[in-house]
Write a protein of this length. Structure first.
Length: 113
């Protein structure tokens, strides 16, 4: 198995002036940036998970909104994988498990929760 960096929900709505600002998001993003640089230098796999809400009552991570975009500090490069999710679980109704298996980043067999 290889190492892989999985960046989940580092999106603009969680930042100041976003729809759901998180305490500590700037520090968390700074650390994510450090890891991202390391993985890119080592040419190791990076997967970004982006939440886009399809729920009719959603107030953030709305489709085609600035808030749903991955923050520029950790924006994916063209060759990096982006998995779009519509639920809090990154495996639910996404290809994440298959991507990890195909890239041999998890042991087989593995069943997502």
């Amino acid at each position: 198995m290889k190492n892989c960096l999985l960046l989940v929900d580092i999106q603009n709505d969680y930042f100041p002036n976003g729809e759901m600002e998180l305490i500590g998001i700037k520090n968390a993003t700074y650390n994510a940036e450090l890891l991202l640089r390391k993985f890119r230098i080592e040419n190791s796999p990076v997967i970004h998970v982006q939440h886009v809400s399809l729920h009719p009552d959603a107030t953030f991570f709305l489709p085609d909104s600035y808030g749903a975009e991955i923050n520029e500090a950790v924006a994916p490069l063209e060759e990096e994988t982006v998995v779009i999710k519509h639920f809090p679980n990154s495996f639910r109704d996404t290809a994440l498990l298959e991507i990890l298996q195909k890239k041999r980043l998890i042991a087989l067999p593995f069943a997502a929760p």
